[in-house]
Design a protein around this ligand. Structure first.
Ligand SMILES: [Zn+2]
Ligand SMILES: [Zn+2]
Length: 587
């Protein structure tokens, strides 16, 4: 079996061939394999609609059934030019001219054009009447292509240049087996169903409005989850010896100049004039944490100093990059900075790793770790780098954590550990970074008095566990598909009175449950009971407590679970204990 990428690129040829059969005069752009599939940019005489995809698929099936061989030929550039000119393939001709005149078809490093940049000849692939300018490799014949599906059509400017013609990009996916294709299509549908922007509105957690792009309006239910996460975070920080600080939002630009962030962050930093001076709204907490460190004389005995901060940050991300809660302009990090002696690095990193694991386990996230080491352009002493990198590696080893090494991919100011998590759909999210920093302590002249009575430079560690609350909430919504576990659910139980005369008892029960710390609502609308149950299920509320005459008399509630399971009547006290135990266990 050919490798997946070869099969995917071969399917792109088959698709382009099918489009040329159905729409004579179609010219070829480029058509690479991509993650999960392939696309081809095509200049088709008329605009394709999603309805055309089925016809193209059917034509592709015919080509697959014909088992047409992929045949490679090597031509001189002149012969190749004549061939594609004769076929009216102006885009391929342009690529070949570039190759002949400039020795490359590349306009920039991102461009993925299917031609050898150093070639003096051109290789072409024929599949029946279809001819493509292509390096290959390909499967032996079209019968070797697995089950496929065309997924979408989009516009794509030729060579990414909006002044050039807009081609039609047809996307498809292809897999070795029908089962893998079905799995993939299910994951795509499931991801749409779980989209946090849609669920955020449906479950009344948050919404976005054009008046503030990239800044969520958090609704009471979204804020409830936010606060639960905050409480969890504060508890976990406190028990690990972190202290919480809060630093100003609007800071004179001098600070950003001194920290070196002004150059890199100037575009993303919101500025404001106050009495003729330029202030920046902080995009990060780091420089100000160094001022807190410097506010007292520190001795080696005071270290490590672990300073946590959860204040609001602003970053003017480009509007095109904003993506619901996953990329916002207004963010709240569960940020902390650890200041320590070089000999404490390993223990501190081990502590942060343990912290992360304890938190990620609560959500059932598996994770992957990456250690990035010294890049070519780095500041600081090579010996200190080596010591720090060893400390990071040893902390990972001692914690029993497997990791992948990314040599040379650290920041210029220090090595780092990245943590990716996998969600319920098996999608990977980059979540947290543990970043060592030799730079800021230098720039801000941080010191501690050592055992020798002399001043020494501390190491600074930047780290977050959730990353930002906003993004973490977005990930959680998709991970749970909105059906939050009991301890996180904004409404844990919905009281459903069978008739109006049961509302008073429902209110009484709600009051008792609230007094015990549960989040409860009463659905007192004049709707039928079945409709109320359905609505509560749509809102993904974990418990529905139905109360009628029998329950009111017995001091009970009839318990239904979100899954549809009917537990029947339970004495109120019993339900209370059950729910409280599950919340305490963070179920
Ligand atoms: Zn090709
Ligand atoms: Zn930082």
């Amino acid at each position: 079996m050919a490798d997946l990428e070869t099969m995917r690129h071969s399917t792109a040829h088959v698709m382009a061939a099918a489009v040329q059969r159905l729409f004579p005069g179609t010219q070829l752009g480029v058509g690479p394999a991509i993650e999960n599939g392939f696309y081809y940019d095509l200049d088709v005489p008329r605009r394709l609609t999603p309805d055309d995809l089925a016809a193209i698929e059917a034509e592709m099936q015919r080509i697959v059934a014909e088992r047409v061989p992929f045949e490679r030929e090597e031509l001189s550039l002149d012969d190749a030019l004549r061939l594609f000119e004769g076929r009216g393939e102006q885009y391929k001709v342009e690529l070949l001219r570039d190759l002949r005149e400039r020795g490359t078809t590349r306009l920039d490093s991102r461009e993925d054009v299917d031609v050898d940049p150093n070639a003096t000849t051109a290789s072409i692939y024929r599949t029946g009447d279809y001819v493509d300018l292509c390096l290959g490799p390909h499967v032996p014949d079209t019968g070797q292509i697995g089950p496929f599906k065309l997924t979408s059509i989009a516009g794509a400017y030729w060579r990414g240049d909006e002044k050039r013609p807009q081609l039609q990009r047809v996307y498809g996916t292809v897999w070795p087996t029908q089962e893998e294709l079905d799995q993939y299509l299910w994951r795509v549908e499931e991801a749409k169903r779980r989209d946090h922007r849609r669920l955020g509105r449906e479950l009344r957690l948050f919404f976005f409005d054009e008046v503030a792009p990239g800044q969520p309006f958090m609704l009471p239910k979204g804020m409830t989850i936010f606060r639960i996460l905050e409480t969890l975070s504060r508890q976990e920080h406190a028990r690990r010896g972190y202290e919480e600080i809060s630093t100003p939002s609007l800071v004179k630009s001098d600070l950003w100049v001194q920290s070196g962030h002004w150059g890199n962050y100037r575009r993303t930093c919101s500025t404001s004039e106050v009495e003729g001076e330029t202030y920046g709204f902080k995009p990060m907490n780091c420089p100000e944490a160094t001022l807190v460190y410097r506010s007292e004389t520190r001795s080696y005995r005071d270290l490590p100093l672990r300073l946590a901060e959860t204040t609001r940050l602003l970053r003017n991300e480009r509007s095109g990059t904003l993506n619901g809660l996953l990329r916002v302009r207004q963010l709240t990090m569960d940020d902390a900075h650890i200041f320590c002696r070089p000999d404490q690095i390993q223990a501190e990193i081990a502590g942060v790793l343990e912290f992360g694991s304890a938190v990620y386990d609560l959500f059932g996230f598996s994770r992957r770790y990456y250690l990035s080491t010294r890049p070519e352009k780095a500041i600081g002493d090579a010996a200190v780098w080596e010591q720090a990198e060893r400390a990071l590696a040893e902390a990972l080893d001692a914690s029993g954590i497997a990791y992948e090494l990314k040599p040379g991919e650290g920041a210029f100011y220090g090595p780092k550990i990245d943590v990716d998590i996998d969600d319920a759909l098996g999608r990977s999210w980059q979540l947290a970074t543990i970043q060592l920093d030799f730079n800021l302590p230098e720039r801000f002249q941080l010191e501690y008095i050592g055992e020798d009575g002399q001043p020494h430079r501390p190491v600074m560690i930047h780290r977050a566990i959730f990353g930002t609350y906003e993004r973490f909430l977005g990930i959680l919504v998709e991970h749970y598909a909105g059906a939050f576990p009991l301890w996180l659910a904004p409404v844990q139980a919905m009281l459903i009175p069978v008739a109006d005369r049961h509302v008073a008892y429902a209110d009484e029960v709600a009051e008792r449950l609230r007094a015990a710390g549960l989040r409860v609502e009463v659905d007192a609308r004049g709707e039928r009971m079945q409709a109320k149950i359905r609505d509560a299920q749509l809102q993904k509320i974990p418990y529905m407590l139905v109360v009628g005459d029998k329950e009111a008399e017995a001091g009970a509630v009839a318990v239904r679970e979100r899954s549809g399971e009917n537990r029947g009547p339970l004495p109120l006290d019993e339900f209370l204990r059950l729910a409280a135990d599950r919340v305490a266990a963070r179920e």
